[in-house]
Structures are given as structure tokens and as C-alpha cells.
Write a protein that binds this ligand. Structure first.
Ligand code: PGA
Length: 253
């Protein structure tokens, strides 16, 4: 199923608030038919959230080690995530690329580690404002995809989700217009088609992220190549997050 909406809490919430959120989503999720729902929670809460998650919610990590087991103090591996019941992880979020040394090579290694463990990859890509203004947005995004996922065969793509998040729209309140977002999504879909064939291109969910909220979700999600969203600020409160989910045309009640 391509319909997918994922929350990204980033570094927010205390433990009790994380569990309240899980409880707050339960009744809505029990009525949900047609959209896959995920939440990327802070690392300390992963195991508990995965255990307490209501039916119909998949818990994601916001990061993973590029390495396997070993002397890597402070890192957590994809196998550890799997053993905690975590479904997968975000990889290559622009906040990590810009501030925490997630180079293209590190991002690619993280993608491989997650797929080797049988987990889902939510691969984030997106251009800065300067890159957009200089007309390089598509080149930048396709370059990120090339170094992050091109080497994967078509079968390895079945657990990959692509999230297009223009850096200038993240946390700024400045959303890409539905036209701008659709244009980039169509470009990504075309690239997937050329790289892996039509079947993969039609199967991979393409999410939009960047100041997506209840008031603009329906318009964004109605675009042909936008299958859902990666939601930061508007995912922190279950009510707001449900407002975003309600905008998904794939909901079937
Ligand atoms: P935002 O964040 O919705 O708060 O803009 C999106 C993201 O960074 O995933």
C-alpha cells in the first residue's frame, strides 16, 4: 500500500507524554482503514513505544548506526531496533545531514544496515533554499537518491519509502505549494522508473514533508504522486496528527 503518513517527533516529549500520545491515537487507529501510520520516536522510548503502540501504528527510529555490533559506544544497530519490535528508521533527514555528519556514504551504509535486518527505510531527501533558487533542486534530490538507493536491486526496494522534504519548508511554516511538491514527486517517480522499472516506481510510497499540517494536508495528498506525508510539528499532538491523517484521500470508512 502506497498510502502512508509518518510522524517525526524529533527531540520532543518526555516518556509519560510519549505513552499518552500512544493512548491518544488508539481510538482513531481502530477506525482507520486505508492509510499506513507510523511514528518516529526518540531513541530512549523505542522499546516501550513499540510494545505499547496501538494496533495499526508502526514505530520507527529517527536514526540507526551505519555499523554492526562492536565497539561503537553510543550507537545502536538495526538488529537492536528489530529486537525491540521497531519497524524501521528514518535515514538522511536534513537535520542529521546538516548537523550530525550524515554524509552520503554514511546514509547509504545506514540504508544497507536497515535492509539487511529486514527493516523499513524512510529515505529523506530535499534541497536547500539556495539550491532551489539556483535551479538545482532536482539535481540535488536525484543525486541524494543515486548515492542512497541506486545500488539496491528492485527486490531491496520493497521496504524503501522516499520522503521528499525541501529543507526550506521544514519547521518554517513555509510549505511547498502542492504544484512544487507534485513536480518533484513526479521527477522522483520517473527516476525510480528508470532506475528500477515501472513496477517498483508504482509501488514505492513517496511522502512529502515540510510544514505539512491539517490545513494543507488534503491539498498536498490529493496530488497524483504524493502518497502521504512525513509530519514533524503537527505530529506531536494526537489531535493535530489525526487532522493531517483525515486529509488523506485513501481513508476508507
Ligand atoms: P515539520 O518537519 O513538519 O515540522 O516541518 C518535517 C520533518 O522534518 O520531518
Amino acid at each position: 500500500m502506497r498510502n502512508l503518513v509518518a510522524g517525526n517527533w524529533k527531540s520532543n516529549k518526555l516518556m509519560g507524554e510519549a505513552l499518552e500520545w500512544m493512548n491518544g491515537m488508539g481510538p482513531w487507529l481502530a477506525q482507520n482503514h486505508g492509510v499506513r501510520v507510523m511514528a518516529a520516536v526518540p531513541a530512549p522510548y523505542l522499546a516501550v513505544c513499540a510494545e505499547k503502540a496501538p494496533e495499526g501504528l508502526e514505530v520507527l527510529a529517527q536514526n540507526v548506526s551505519a555499523e554492526g555490533f562492536g565497539a561503537h559506544t553510543g550507537e545502536f544497530t538495526a538488529e537492536m531496533l528489530k529486537s525491540c519490535g521497531v519497524a524501521g528508521a528514518l535515514v538522511g533527514h536534513s537535520e542529521r545531514r546538516a548537523r550530525f555528519s550524515d554524509t552520503d556514504a554514511a546514509v547509504a551504509a545506514k540504508v544497507d544496515a536497515l535492509l539487511d535486518a529486514g527493516l523499513v527505510v524512510v529515505f529523506c531527501c530535499g534541497e536547500t533554499l539556495q539550491e532551489r533558487e539556483s535551479g538545482r533542486a532536482e539535481d540535488v534530490v536525484l543525486q541524494q537518491l543515486q548515492s542512497g538507493v541506486l545500488r539496491l536491486g528492485a527486490e531491496r526496494m520493497d521496504r524503501v519509502v522516499v520522503a521528499y522534504e525541501p529543507v526550506w519548508a521544514i519547521g518554517t511554516g513555509k510549505t511547498a505549494t502542492s504544484g512544487q511538491a507534485q513536480e518533484m514527486h513526479a521527477c522522483i517517480r520517473k527516476w525510480l522508473d528508470e532506475a528500477f522499472g515501472a513496477e517498483v516506481a508504482q509501488r514505492v510510497p513517496l511522502l512529502y514533508g515540510g510544514s505539512c499540517k491539517a490545513s494543507n494536508a488534503a491539498e498536498l495528498f490529493s496530488q497524483t504522486d504524493i502518497d502521504g506525508g512525513l509530519i514533524g510539528g503537527a505530529s506531536l499532538d494526537p489531535h493535530d496528527f489525526q487532522g493531517v491523517l483525515e486529509g488523506h484521500p485513501g481513508l476508507n470508512r
